[in-house]
Design a protein around this ligand. Structure first.
Ligand SMILES: NC(=O)C1=CN([C@@H]2O[C@H](COP(=O)(O)OP(=O)(O)OC[C@H]3O[C@@H](n4cnc5c(N)ncnc54)[C@H](O)[C@@H]3O)[C@@H](O)[C@H]2O)C=CC1
Ligand SMILES: O=C(O)C(=O)Cc1ccc(O)cc1
Length: 379
């Protein structure tokens, strides 16, 4: 009983990005004891000793290695895992879940749909939950999932992998291809910096996705393409549509134009449905306004240390008292994950009044101005 109340947590891959996040999560948010093993930097416990000292074991190792790592742990455990809960967070689910099922532990596969966040929980992110063999650990699992604050969606492992071929495989493939096309063709039109002033909202959004992928761990993007059996058939369809479009454009006549409209626009529009098309289109517009606000060169970013009602009002009153007109206000996060208010300031506002407002934010103890951009340099 005690075990299920305050289980000891074991992390396989404890030194990785998610391993480190999970350690903080379990220790700080759930008050649980965490131990781990990782060939890179966490070898105090042998694998067998790790298994013997935990109640819940979580695999957070690289995707392509995880099934064999799990099988190795099953061998090492040799039955000692009976009564434990084994979880994994791998981006592909069928292989890891099948491997965990060869143990005698209870088994649930998880997939958080975001990189390890800078925040303390997974609030606002989806997490797929594949219950494979769950009995006595059910109540604790529900408490754990609630503590993550993730939006949990249940699926079996095969369903998960089919969906991920679209949600991840397709999205990553198209953006990796965009990155390669830009690399090849952008030099002929003034390079990326030369293209930037010509950006549309769609280009800017796609470039952000592509660069996010390029900034991340390449092994994950490689494994998501290569380890999911549903990716190859998806790529066939993707390639067929791109090839088809190229052929129609080469053909170039009215028949080809009509065919393109029919296959790539009209049929998809009616499949998606009028309402969802309208909602998606509006979401795109809102992102356009957001990007426009974020592009405004004159803004300040403020960290408000006091997370309580009225903090934002105190901040805004500093501007009001000095007659500084604001164009936009967004809550956002710094690259380090700190919650910030980003305030766009009217280009017409008086530079002295703005500087005075910035000073007042600090000396009145309202907040810390992390960045002030587009200000006239003081004379
Ligand atoms: N990074 C992301 O965006 C997301 C990752 N995931 C999943 O989380 C898992 C881990 O990902 P990251 O933490 O980003 O990767 P990572 O590469 O930062 O960490 C993996 C860790 O596993 C360790 N490791 C390698 N072989 C091992 C073994 N035999 N035994 C124990 N540890 C071993 C590595 O030394 C490394 O520290 C992957 O399965 C990935 O699919 C899930 C959602 C998002
Ligand atoms: O590229 C994406 O989809 C991300 O947002 C990051 C990411 C990478 C791997 C995952 O399994 C889940 C999320």
């Amino acid at each position: 009983m005690q075990t299920h109340e305050m289980p000891r947590i074991g992390l396989v891959g404890s030194q990785g990005a998610y391993g480190r996040w999970l350690r903080c999560f379990f220790e700080d948010r759930m008050g649980l004891r965490v131990v781990g093993h990782d060939p890179h930097g966490d070898t105090a416990l042998t694998e067998r000793a790790l298994i013997e000292s935990v109640d819940v074991l979580i695999f957070c190792a690289p995707i392509h290695q995880t099934p064999s790592v799990i099988r190795h742990y099953v061998e090492q455990a040799a039955g000692a895992e009976r009564g434990q809960l084994w979880l994994d967070i791998t981006s592909i689910k069928a292989g890891p879940v099948a491997a965990m099922l060869t143990s005698q532990a209870e088994v649930v596969g998880l997939h958080p749909m975001s990189a390890a966040p800078k925040s303390a929980t997974l609030r606002g992110r989806a997490m797929v939950v594949c219950e494979a063999r769950l009995d006595r650990w059910r109540a604790w699992l529900e408490r754990f999932l609630a503590a993550t604050e993730a939006d949990c969606v249940r699926a079996n492992a095969d369903q998960h992998d089919r969906v991920m071929a679209l949600v991840q495989g397709m999205v990553h493939a198209t953006h990796m291809a965009q990155g390669a096309v830009l690399r090849e063709l952008a030099p002929t039109v003034g390079d990326l910096d030369g293209i930037r002033p010509f950006s549309s909202v769609g280009y800017e959004l796609d470039v952000a996705v592509t660069r996010r992928i390029l900034a991340s761990n390449p092994v994950i993007y490689q494994d998501i393409q290569f380890e999911n059996p549903y990716v190859a058939p998806m790529l066939e369809r993707l390639a067929a549509h791109i090839d088809g479009l190229r052929d129609l454009v080469r053909q170039g006549d009215d028949v080809a134009r009509e065919r393109m409209r029919e296959t790539l626009l009209t049929q998809s529009r009616s499949y998606v449905g009028e309402q969802a098309v309208a909602e998606g289109s509006y979401a795109f517009e809102r992102l356009g306004y957001l990007l426009a606000d974020l592009r405004e060169p004159r803004y300040i970013s403020v960290f408000l240390p006091l997370d309580r009602p009225g903090s934002l009002r105190a901040l805004l009153s500093v501007f009001e008292q000095r007659g500084v007109n604001l164009d936009s206000i967004h809550s956002s996060r710094s690259a380090e994950g700190e919650l910030l208010f980003r305030i766009g300031v009217s280009r017409e506002c008086d530079a002295m009044a703005l500087r005075d407002a910035i000073d007042a934010i600090a000396w009145q103890g309202i907040g810390r101005v992390v960045e002030a951009a587009g200000m006239a340099t003081p004379s």
